[in-house]
Design a protein around this ligand. Sequence first.
Ligand code: CO
Length: 134
Amino acid sequence: MPKITALNHVAVVVENMEQSLAFWRDALGIELHELRDVPAEKSRVAFLPVAGAEVELVMPTSDDSGVAKYLAKRGQGMHHLCLEVDDIEGMLAQLKSKNIRLINEEPRAAADGKKYAFIHPESTGGVLVELYQL
Ligand code: CO
């Protein structure tokens, strides 16, 4: 059985990365671990580690991205939470067998080799859930 092993990160969608970093990095004092563009998702992300997990800030870099549409519809705020899993293919198969609606039927590969997939909020009680296999 695939197993959830950790809470990896909680993601917040933001309009302006510098303004958001002024809060998360400068006011709260959390170290900025990584800031990079994710061309596949037309977004820029920042990761700020907190005790084994991270806060992820997500900013759209194009008006036609999924994140931009989310921002236009709902405004800034909580976007998703991400759980680590030891076998992402196995977990996606398990979820499908339980009629859970998936956004990504197959895992996608991040630039650093991590596999990830999103579960639709319709099946999770309104929370967009990301799965990571490191
Ligand atoms: Co994420």
